[in-house]
Design a protein around this ligand. Structure first.
Ligand SMILES: Cc1cc2nc3c(=O)[nH]c(=O)nc-3n(C[C@H](O)[C@H](O)[C@H](O)COP(=O)(O)O)c2cc1C
Length: 310
């Protein structure tokens, strides 16, 4: 068996496969289950200051031809107060990060402070700042595409907590490197990329947009080449200066390896879970595939990182 324990900055997890935000992460019981099924760590659904109902239905569409999902859930969540009560029930052995969105540095600080005070039994491994949701007003990409705002938010979070701050970026931007640079210089402990890509579908029979919100974010297999390119660009610019968590369209061990060769330290999986009755099969297949590939190559997991750049 190859060693799959992974270090993301100072955070050690048992394997490099993390459940991404928004899929399975709304309740403590699904987070517990996902971890039990074999993920190295799990990420919660993004939480904000106030309860939010999200966008009108339909808000999640599966597109089978491209094994992808179009969603405009609109960051539906119960608000940080209620959600922190939910997270207190997470099993003590579960490694989890809390995904947070907000419209200002003060909002992020308020949520983080509350989580820090309430989640003392099992502290999160990271706060993942969602600066990248493409379908909610005043939050997500509304704050995550301006390098100055990104700097202010990350800096404010860093002074408020000792828990590592991971910053999740959007590909819906011309120059992702400048936003990443701001996040890193403000003290980000890792960059997570990518969130969904702005997209829409039109029903040709009723001649109207399919999503209740008109447009939403595309995820799943169709976006993998975009995610790989973003991680490649970020590694090209920052090298091993910062851990990179690659996400977007991963559904096999080959996809995971591709991201690692591009420069990822670890990877996250979301949409692929829709294709499986139990994530256990997916995780099991990926971990086995990674192990066999590494044994064949005679390399450790970390030695593989960024090799496509040499
Ligand atoms: C239904 C759905 C809900 C999502 N909710 C969130 C969320 O709350 N916060 C977030 O940062 N990303 C959210 N995402 C984005 C995923 O975490 C991930 O970045 C994206 O789907 C790309 O990965 P994938 O192709 O493996 O799904 C969501 C994605 C989907 C499909």
């Amino acid at each position: 068996m190859t060693e799959l324990k992974t270090l993301i900055g100072t955070v050690r997890i048992r394997n490099p496969i993390i459940l991404s935000s928004g899929i399975w992460g709304s309740t403590y019981s699904t987070l517990n289950r996902a971890y039990k099924e074999g993920f190295g760590a799990v990420t919660t659904k993004s939480v904000g200051l106030n309860p939010r109902k999200g966008h009108p239905n339909p808000s999640v569409i599966y597109i089978p031809e491209i094994k992808s999902i179009l969603n405009a859930v609109g960051l539906a969540n119960p608000g940080y107060d209620a959600f922190s009560e939910e997270l207190r029930e997470i099993n003590p052995d579960v490694k989890y990060s809390v995904s947070i969105f907000g419209s200002s540095s003060t909002e992020f600080q308020q949520i983080i402070q509350h989580m820090d005070n309430n989640l003392t039994g099992n502290t999160p491994i990271a706060y993942e700042l969602n600066l990248s949701c493409p379908h909610a007003k005043k939050v997500g990409i509304a704050v995550g595409t301006d390098p100055n705002i990104v700097y202010t938010i990350v800096e404010a979070c860093k002074v408020r907590t000792k828990v590592p701050i991971w910053v999740k970026l959007t590909p819906n931007i011309t120059n992702i490197k400048s936003v990443a640079e701001s996040a890193i210089s403000a003290g980000a402990d890792a960059i997570v990329a990518i969130n969904t890509i702005k997209a829409m579908m039109i029903d040709i029979h009723i001649k109207k947009p399919v999503l209740g919100n008109i447009s939403g974010g595309l995820s799943g297999q169709a976006i993998k080449p975009i995610g790989v390119r973003v991680i490649y660009d970020l590694y090209e610019r920052f090298g091993s200066e910062i851990p990179l968590v690659g996400v977007g369209g991963i559904s096999s061990w080959q996809d995971a390896i591709e991201y690692i060769l591009a420069g990822a330290t670890a990877i996250q999986i979301g949409s692929a879970l829709i294709d499986y009755d139990a994530p256990q099969t997916l995780i099991h297949n990926i971990l086995n595939g990674l192990n066999e590939y590494l044994s064949r190559e005679g390399k450790s997991f970390s030695q593989l990182r960024g090799l496509a750049h040499e």
